[in-house]
Write a protein that binds this ligand. Structure first.
Ligand code: NAG
Length: 247
């Protein structure tokens, strides 16, 4: 490549990076617009779409899969209570989530997003111990889960600060909660086990899917909230607040 072409490419890249912010939002939202939440809904969805495959300029990696190192659940107390630990959880489908509603309070920089994802799949390795349905359920294997109709609510609050003559938001608090309409899940490839135990476990797991999710939820919420906070912090650090909201 000739020198001139190289300069041209660098020049084009600089131009692109200085105009990209507004493009990826599809326009700014005005604080005075009575429908500012509808405008933010569009902007946030445009941004999510843009970030899906990763955005090195914001230190944001591709959003698939979401990896969770470890989660554990305990059902029933006592020495024989059932315990299961899930490791290397890989969840896919979160990039298909869209924001369906935004409620903002721009005075206090608070935002509540409702999100919906049609389908999320998870795979993990698991180990369990204790007794389940009168069956000694110690062992390990592979876990699979298919989650349909995933709804999440994310609340966050920021505080504005100035940097290099621009206004940015610093994340102060983030909370999230979620629910799943339909869950199918099971275990397979059990080691130190037999077909009877595997069938018993799968029957139990599927008939108690919502309860099991409820058991996992506190840890899951905490893990996802910290992942989402990191994601949001990077966005807020790189995109000035006055780039998406104007007077
Ligand atoms: C997102 O949805 C499309 C259309 O339903 C599907 O083909 C694709 O596999 C989904 N992506 C992931 C990562 O699940």
């Amino acid at each position: 490549m000739g020198k001139l072409q190289t300069y041209f490419l660098i020049f084009a890249a600089v131009i692109a990076s200085s105009t990209s912010n507004t493009n990826m939002f599809g326009g700014r939202c005005s604080q005075r617009d009575p429908n500012v939440d509808a405008c933010l809904l569009r902007s946030f969805n445009n941004l999510l779409e843009y970030l899906k495959g990763g955005a090195p300029e914001f230190d944001i990696e591709e959003s698939e899969p979401i990896v969770i190192d470890e989660l554990s659940i305990a059902l029933g107390g006592g020495p024989d209570g059932y315990r299961a630990t899930f490791k290397d959880i890989q969840a896919t489908g979160a990039s298909n989530m869209t924001i369906t509603n935004v409620r903002s309070d721009l005075e206090s920089h608070q935002f509540q997003l409702t999100m919906f994802g049609p389908h999320i799949s998870a795979r993990a390795r698991y180990r369990s111990s204790g007794v389940l349905l009168l069956v000694r359920a110690s062992g390990g294997g592979d876990y699979w889960g298919e989650y349909d109709g995933v709804k999440a609510k994310v609340y966050f609050r920021g505080v504005p600060y100035d940097r290099d003559g621009r206004t940015y938001l610093k994340l102060q608090q983030l909370k999230l909660d979620f629910s799943v309409r339909d869950i199918q899940m099971g275990v397979e490839n059990l080691h130190n086990s037999n077909a009877v135990l595997q069938a018993a476990l799968n029957l139990f797991i599927n008939s108690n899917a919502q309860e099991l999710l409820k058991e996992m939820k506190p840890q899951l919420k905490q893990d996802l909230a910290s992942k989402m906070s990191r994601f949001l912090e990077r966005i807020l650090q790189h995109i000035p607040y006055d780039e998406w909201i104007v007077d």
